[in-house]
Write a protein that binds this ligand. Structure first.
Ligand SMILES: Nc1ncnc2c1ncn2[C@@H]1O[C@H](COP(=O)(O)OP(=O)(O)OP(=O)(O)O)[C@@H](O)[C@H]1O
Length: 965
């Protein structure tokens, strides 16, 4: 065979076939006896193995090509073996390599198609069996089937049943003939028998040209599967088709009529489609190829441009009388020469082989899984190891802390004993006829801070006034912390009255340090509440003991507070004792910090104080250093005083004033026992944080005119000077500090929420408080948020806008706004933080409005200016020129204008109605202050969880952030 086919039959890969052209040869038969008889001349001459020429110079032949070239041209004297050997063998035998192949015989009737095809099939069968004999190492399976397409009906040539067979489309095998008999060949003779049957079964009729004309298209199909005997994992399987087409002549030429005419039309339909298919394929594969237009092309689709090697042998008569048909045949052959097919080796896996293959694949995947699992396991093991180490380490720390606690407890007990606990009791009994009962000293039963939290949700201190076991609550002094925003109440009985007052929550948060004093106060004063009011502040101050902190020989009878080194703040002695004993606080610094937890800020308006000035002795030796100041530049984020080292400063934004009841009722002003008193118990004035009910006393009416507090402006000035930084010194609070503050704030709120349900069935007084809780808007918001999550997005948007407006109104730090804005983006758990922020800002706004535009506002403006100044400077450092210019354009700042950075800084956070501008502002500020990845500053990073948790350590964020207010 020619080089175009190559010698690489069977080399096609299983995955993709090798493209090759259809092998086209032309066979010229000898003139038949009839043609010779009528002296029909031969006009064709084979000049070489590949070319045939028309040798007659007839006038009407001038337009036709005179020479035709093909892969092979066989002259009339070539026998069929040669035709087979050189025109079909290689392709036909590709089937042994697992490659589909097809051999076609095409030509007009009586041109020698059947003559040629029968010979080829015979030689092929011989070769196949010869091959099989020579390849005993392989096992072969041959299956034979045969069909004819007669009048566009498919018939099984191996079946005596003349019924028409249907064609089916199989997604894997293509078009298949339904119910076509497929005989498994036993041997060569068996095949020859079957071939004989086919020949006998084929439709034959007499035409003018051929006495035994084949009137149908015959397809003989041999499928060969072969596999190596010793290695049967896979086998090769392919099919070879021997296609003997019906005559391609026109019906008129065969002088057909009746049945023959009908046959001709059907024959020509299939041949016409075959011609179209070949032509389309020869022109390129992009065009639609009408395989389905005829049964012939549909069945042989793979052999025509598909997965098969194909050879076409065009037979022709050299007689002049057939010149037209011969030329058509040659033209068809020329066209077919251009058609390419793409045959590939068909590897078939046996079921057994398939199972084996799948088993191997499964084993491989399992290995991979085990490998991945082992990596994962290793990782887990490593993680567990680290965690185990952490557990061991934490265990050691816990052990150490327990030791320290026990030591502290022992020392405290000794201390209490040494300072005369008994004496205190005796003294109380002697002087007031009271006994301390049911006192729950938090240090006695606090085994862990958790316990303290638990108890702080409920009544905390109870001092009995008699030894009667049937002590009623009316007879007792009660001081406890309510869940209502952490507020606490003290109730002091006297006669038929008892006085109640709210204690600022922050003080109670630290009640562990002050409890003894509270208890004693209650115990001591339960029977003399009215008298308290009559005592003067001078008297009170006389009682104050200022004890040096190293002097632990304090008299426990006296509720004494230690002053810190500056005598700015107070700390109960019991706390000092504990602090010292536990060695958790370092002398003065520790004490000072603890003391400053108790510091209370500014007082503008009075709140009634039922206890008078006989409150346990404490004083400030340095009144000028009291911490009265207005929320403003020196106030922290929540309006609290901005105290250096005030790491644990409680919430104390509300103003307060301590006056004696009678002073309150008479309007006399007698303020003064010092800010420390206020700080310790921090009574709140009526404020946005607390309602009327929370601050009024049951047995006192709030006087219309209340004494004005005499501010010590020096203090404010001093604080301002001390804590407010110059622009160049402006520090940027870290987001973690900011978050820490948020957590603490929300903690109070969460505790309130949690305790609400728990307390619902408590005393009537408690119910009173909880009814308040239920009315509380924050609580309401949270409930709405958790129970109607679908409403929350709207609520959030509304709340966010309100907060943005309030930030603007309160001239809040841009950095604070940025942190807040970026952190709280609308998750349900944000509600608590947002509500706290809203209430805080509302309170601040009111404070500012009450300030009548004085220093507070101007200071805030000044600080905001400093902040903008800082941001404008950072633009140079943090932004490239291109980034800056892009921002100028975005913000509508002319590139040619001056002080563009400052212009931009002044625009930030200004348009509160434009959320896009707000968002842009937040992102820009975040970038400028070094919050490089604001999106990563998620609440989760900082544990901003709604779950309440203890955080007694207060961050310095308040101080830092406040410096921008
Ligand atoms: N190469 C050849 N050498 C000798 N005789 C041939 C050759 N080719 C064909 N013949 C003879 O020509 C006659 C017609 O051949 P054949 O039946 O094979 O034609 P056909 O193309 O199959 O016709 P139809 O399409 O009508 O079946 C037969 O008698 C056959 O023996």
């Amino acid at each position: 065979m020619g080089s175009s086919n190559g010698d690489d039959a069977g080399n096609g890969g299983a995955g993709g076939g090798k493209e090759e052209r259809i092998y086209v040869s032309v066979r010229v038969r000898p003139l038949s006896s009839k043609e010779i008889e009528r002296k029909d001349p031969s006009d064709w001459e084979v000049i070489n193995n590949t070319t045939i020429i028309f040798k007659n110079n007839l006038p009407d032949r001038s337009m036709s090509p005179s020479a035709y070239t093909y892969d092979r041209v066989f002259d009339y004297n070539c026998d069929t073996r040669k035709v087979y050997e050189e025109g079909a063998k290689e392709i036909a035998l590709s089937v042994l390599s697992g490659i589909n192949s097809s051999i076609f015989a095409y030509g007009q009737t009586s041109s020698g198609k059947t003559y040629t095809m029968n010979g080829i099939a015979e030689y092929f069968v011989e070769d196949i069996y010869d091959y099989m004999e020579k390849h005993e190492e392989r096992e072969f399976l041959l299956k034979f089937s045969a069909m004819e397409i007669y009048n566009e009906a498919v018939r099984d040539l191996l079946s005596s049943d003349n019924s028409h067979l249907r064609l089916l489309d199989d997604p894997e095998r293509g078009t298949i003939v339904e119910k076509l008999t497929e005989e498994t060949l036993r041997d060569e003779s068996h095949l020859k028998e079957l071939l004989a049957i086919c020949e006998a079964q084929r439709q034959i009729g007499e035409t003018t040209l051929n006495e035994a004309s084949s009137r149908s298209h015959q397809i003989l199909r041999l499928t060969i599967e072969s596999s190596a005997r010793e290695f049967r994992a896979s086998s090769l399987a392919a099919t070879v088709n021997f296609v003997d087409l019906a005559g391609s002549e026109r019906a008129s030429q065969t002088l057909s009529a009746g049945t023959r005419l009908k046959e001709g039309s059907h024959i020509n339909r299939s041949l016409l489609t075959l011609g179209t298919v070949i032509r389309k394929l020869s022109n390129g594969r992009n065009a639609h190829v009408p395989y389905r237009d005829s049964k012939l092309t549909r069945i042989l689709q793979n052999s025509l441009g598909g997965n098969a090697r194909t050879a076409i042998i065009c037979t022709m008569s050299p007689a002049r009388s057939h010149i037209e048909q011969t030329r058509n045949t040659l033209l068809f052959a020329s066209c077919a020469k251009e058609v390419a097919t793409s045959a590939r080796v068909n590897v078939v896996m046996s079921d057994k082989a398939l199972v084996k293959h799948l088993q191997r694949e499964l084993a491989r995947l399992e290995d991979e899984l085990r490998y991945v699992g082992s990596i994962h396991k290793t990782t887990n093991t490593d993680e567990l190891k680290v965690k185990d180490e952490q557990i061991v380490k934490m265990g050691k720390e816990i052990k150490l802390l327990i030791q320290q606690r026990d030591l502290g407890q022992a020392q405290l007990d000794n201390l209490l004993r040494s300072i005369g606990d008994d004496q205190a009791s005796r003294r109380l009994e002697e002087t007031r006829g009271l006994s301390m009962r049911h006192i729950r000293n938090p240090f006695d039963d606090v085994h862990s801070s958790r316990h303290w939290d638990e108890s702080s949700q409920l009544s905390v201190y109870r001092a009995g006034t008699s030894e009667d076991e049937s002590l009623t609550s009316e007879a007792s002094g009660i001081c406890y912390q309510s869940p209502e925003f952490g507020i606490s109440k003290c109730r002091i009985p006297h006669s038929n009255n008892y006085y109640e007052a709210n204690l600022q929550s922050s003080a109670i948060t630290r009640l562990s340090e002050t409890s003894v004093g509270i208890e004693r106060y209650i115990a001591q004063n339960a029977s003399r509440a009215p008298e308290i009011a009559s005592e003067t502040s001078e008297d009170h101050c006389k009682e104050v003991q200022c004890i040096e902190m190293n002097d632990l020989n304090v008299n426990k009878d006296e509720f004494s507070l230690l002053l810190d080194e500056d005598c700015d703040n107070l700390i109960p002695t019991s706390f000092v004792a504990k602090a010292k004993a536990a060695q958790s606080l370092k002398h003065q610094v520790g004490v000072r910090r603890a003391c400053k937890n108790l510091v209370k800020p500014d007082i503008d308006e009075p709140t009634l104080w039922p206890f008078g000035e006989d409150f346990p002795s404490f004083r400030s030796s340095s009144p000028s250093t009291n911490l009265r100041g207005k929320p403003g530049p020196c106030s922290d984020y929540f309006g609290r005083q901005n105290l250096e080292e005030n790491n644990n400063a409680p919430y104390s934004s509300a103003k307060k004033l301590l006056i004696r009841p009678e002073d309150a009722s008479t309007g006399n002003s007698s303020i003064s026992c010092g800010s420390e008193t206020e700080a310790l118990f921090g009574l709140f004035k009526k404020s946005e944080f607390f309602s009327d009910e929370e601050v009024k006393f049951k047995d006192f009416k709030v006087p219309e005119k209340l004494p004005k507090l005499q501010h010590t402006r020096n203090c404010e000035d001093k604080l301002r000077a001390k804590h407010c930084k110059t622009p160049s010194e402006v520090d940027i609070p870290s987001i973690s500090n900011f978050v820490e503050g948020m957590k603490e704030m929300a903690q109070v709120q969460c505790q309130k929420q949690l305790s609400k349900k728990r307390e619902m069935h408590d005393t009537s007084f408690d119910n009173y408080m909880f009814e308040k809780t239920a009315r509380d808007s924050s609580t309401g918001l949270l409930i709405r948020c958790t129970e109607s999550p679908s409403q929350w997005p709207l609520e959030f948007e509304k709340l966010q806008r309100e907060i943005i407006e309030l930030w603007d109104a309160c001239i809040v730090s841009l950095i604070h706004r940025t942190y807040f804005f970026l952190l709280f983006k609308g998750e349900p758990a944000d509600s608590i933080y947002m509500e706290v922020e809203r209430r805080r800002l509302s309170f601040l706004k009111k404070m500012i409005s009450q300030d009548n535009g004085n220093d507070t506002l101007s200071s805030s403006i000044k600080n905001l200016r400093r902040e903008r100044d800082m941001l404008h400077k950072r633009m140079l450092k943090k932004l490239s020129k291109e980034e800056r210019e892009a921002l100028y354009r975005k913000w509508g700042i002319k590139l040619a204008s001056k002080q563009r950075r400052m212009q931009l800084a002044r625009l930030l956070w200004t348009n509160t109605m434009d959320m896009e501008q707000i968002r842009e502002s937040a992102l820009l500020v975040a970038k400028l202050i070094g919050l490089l990845e604001p999106e990563q500053a998620l609440k989760e990073m900082f544990g901003l969880s709604f779950t309440p948790h203890k955080t007694h350590r207060r961050s310095s964020s308040w101080k830092q952030i406040s410096s921008f207010r």
